[in-house]
Design a protein around this ligand. Structure first.
Ligand code: SF4
Ligand code: SF4
Length: 414
C-alpha cells in the first residue's frame, strides 16, 4: 500500500526544519557517534531514527505519542551527528523546532529560564541559594520530591558576593595594546564561574589586548533553544548582536562552549547582518590566544593533563584543535589523550536534571576513560561539563582536578 502524500509544513519555521530533515540520506554514519545509541542500541534513539520520526511528525504521518516524545527527549542535542554528517544535516535546528512544538514547560521552568536573561534577578536568586547553602537549609531538600532533590544535588556551590562581581567594563592591555576585544560574560558563568571570567580577562590583557565588556550583553539563549523556546533564544541573541556591534572589536571572545555555539549560529538563526557579524567575529578563548597570544609566557610545570572536548565547541563551533595546541605551549605539561574525548559527558544544558539515568550512564563510561589516562587534571571549557565531571569524580573519590583552560593557563602565567 502506498503511503499517504505528506502534508505541507504549516509555517516558515516548520518549513526550514522540514527542509533540513530532507537532507538526511539515511547513510547511518552518525549512528555510532550518538551517545544515546551507544547506551541503548535502539534505532529510535539515534540521529537517523530521530530525523525519521521528526519528519514523520512534520508530514502528519504520525502522532506525538509518549514513546516518540520520550525518544526525542532522550537526545542530548550534543550535535555529534552534525559534525560527521556528509549531507550537512542541521540536526540541532530540526530538534529545536520539534521541541518548540512538543514541549510545554511548566511555570517554574519558564520562570527559571526567564531568570537567565535578567542579570540582576539572577544574582539575587544566586544570593538566596548561597544563603541556603551557608546555613545548610539546602540539606532539607532530601525531604522534598525527587526532582527538587536532584536540583539541589546538582546546584553548584555559589561563591560569596565579593567573588561574583561583574567584570570591569574596560581592562587595559598590559604594555602596548595590539587591539581591542570584547569578552562575553554569560549568565551561569557570571554567577558560578566568575573566577574563570576574571582569568579570561587577565589572559587577554597579558596577551596585549584591551578588553571591553558591554553592559547591554545578556544571556546567549543557548539553554532556551535547547529547551525549544526559540522566541526567547532569538530575542536574547538579537540583544547580544547589538551589544557587540562595535566595529572596532577584533573579536568577541567566549569561554563557554554553549554560548559559543549560540553565537556561531546567530547569523543563521537571526538572518540579520548584525547576527552574521556576531557569528563571524566570535571566537573561543583558546582559538584567540593561540592565534594572537604570542606575548604570553608560561612557567614550567610538572603536570599530567587530559582534555575532554565540550560538545558544542567540538561539534557546533568546530573548534577541535586550539585548546590542545595552546596547552602544548606550557613547558613541562604532559598531555595524555582520553578515549572518546569528543563524546558528550552527559551534562548537556540541564539534561542531567531532565534525564538523570541516561546522564549518569554516559558519565560512568566517561569516568572509566578518565581513570585509564592517569591524568591529574582534566581540562574542559564549559561550565555544565565542569560541574558534571566534578560530581562524578567526587562520587568515585578520584584524585583528579577539573579545570577550565582559562584557570589553568592563568595560574601558569610567567
Ligand atoms: S550521517 Fe547525516 S545523512 Fe547519514 S544518517 Fe546521519 S543524519 Fe542522515
Ligand atoms: S544530537 Fe547527540 S544525542 Fe542527539 S541524535 Fe545527535 S548524536 Fe545523538
Amino acid at each position: 500500500m502506498s503511503s499517504p502524500a505528506p502534508a505541507p509544513p504549516k509555517s516558515a519555521a516548520e518549513s526550514a526544519a522540514y527542509l533540513a530533515s530532507l537532507d538526511c540520506v539515511h547513510c547511518g554514519l552518525c549512528v555510532q557517534q550518538c551517545p544515546t545509541y551507544l547506551m541503548t542500541g535502539r534505532e529510535s534513539a539515534n540521529p537517523r531514527g530521530r530525523i525519521y520520526l521528526m519528519r514523520a511528525l512534520l508530514e502528519g504521518r504520525t502522532e506525538p505519542t509518549p514513546g516518540l516524545v520520550a525518544d526525542l527527549d532522550l537526545c542530548l542535542v550534543c550535535r555529534a551527528c552534525e559534525s560527521i554528517c556528509p549531507s550537512g544535516v542541521q540536526f540541532g535546528e530540526v530538534m529545536a523546532d520539534a521541541r518548540s512544538r512538543l514541549r510545554k514547560p511548566g511555570r517554574i521552568r519558564r520562570w527559571m529560564m526567564s531568570l537567565l536573561g535578567r542579570k540582576a534577578a539572577l544574582h539575587r536568586f544566586a544570593g538566596l541559594i548561597r544563603l541556603t547553602q551557608v546555613t545548610k537549609v539546602d540539606q532539607l531538600a532530601r525531604l522534598l520530591p525527587a526532582r527538587v532533590r536532584r536540583l539541589a544535588a546538582f546546584s553548584p556551590r555559589i561563591p560569596p558576593k565579593s567573588e561574583r562581581l561583574p567584570l570591569p567594563s574596560f581592562t587595559p592591555a598590559e604594555g602596548t595594546a595590539r587591539g581591542r576585544v570584547a569578552v562575553f560574560e554569560g549568565c551561569v558563568m557570571s554567577v558560578v564561574f566568575a573566577d574563570v571570567n576574571r582569568d579570561t580577562v587577565r589572559l587577554l590583557s597579558a596577551a596585549g589586548y584591551d578588553v571591553v565588556v558591554p553592559s547591554e550583553a545578556t544571556c546567549c539563549g543557548a539553554l532556551h533553544e535547547h529547551d525549544g523556546d526559540l522566541a526567547s533564544a532569538h530575542s536574547l541573541l538579537g540583544q547580544n548582536s547589538t551589544a557587540y556591534s562595535d566595529p572596532s572589536l577584533l573579536a568577541i571572545v567566549h569561554n563557554s562552549s554553549g554560548c559559543g555555539a549560540a553565537f556561531a549560529g546567530a547569523g543563521r538563526s537571526l538572518g540579520t547582518d548584525l547576527g552574521q557579524a556576531l557569528t563571524t567575529r566570535s571566537q573561543d578563548l583558546t582559538r584567540f590566544l593561540l592565534d594572537h597570544g604570542q606575548a604570553l609566557r608560561f612557567r614550567s610545570v610538572d603536570l599530567v593533563v587530559t582534555y575532554d572536548a565540550p560538545c558544542h565547541l567540538h561539534h557546533a563551533v568546530r573548534e577541535t584543535t586550539a585548546p590542545l595546541e595552546l596547552l602544548a605551549r606550557v613547558p613541562g605539561l604532559k598531555m595524555v589523550p582520553m578515549e572518546e574525548a569528543s563524546l558528550c559527558c552527559g551534562a548537556a544544558g540541564i539534561y542531567n536534571l531532565d534525564q538523570p539515568e541516561m546522564s549518569r550512564s554516559i558519565l560512568a563510561r566517561k569516568l572509566d576513560h578518565l581513570a585509564a589516562t592517569g591524568a591529574e587534571v582534566l581540562v574542559t571549557g564549559n561550565p555544565g561539563c565542569i560541574l558534571q565531571w566534578r560530581s562524578g569524580i567526587a562520587e568515585r573519590k578520584m584524585a583528579v582536578d577539573v579545570l577550565h583552560p582559562a584557570t589553568l593557563l592563568a595560574r601558569l602565567l610567567a
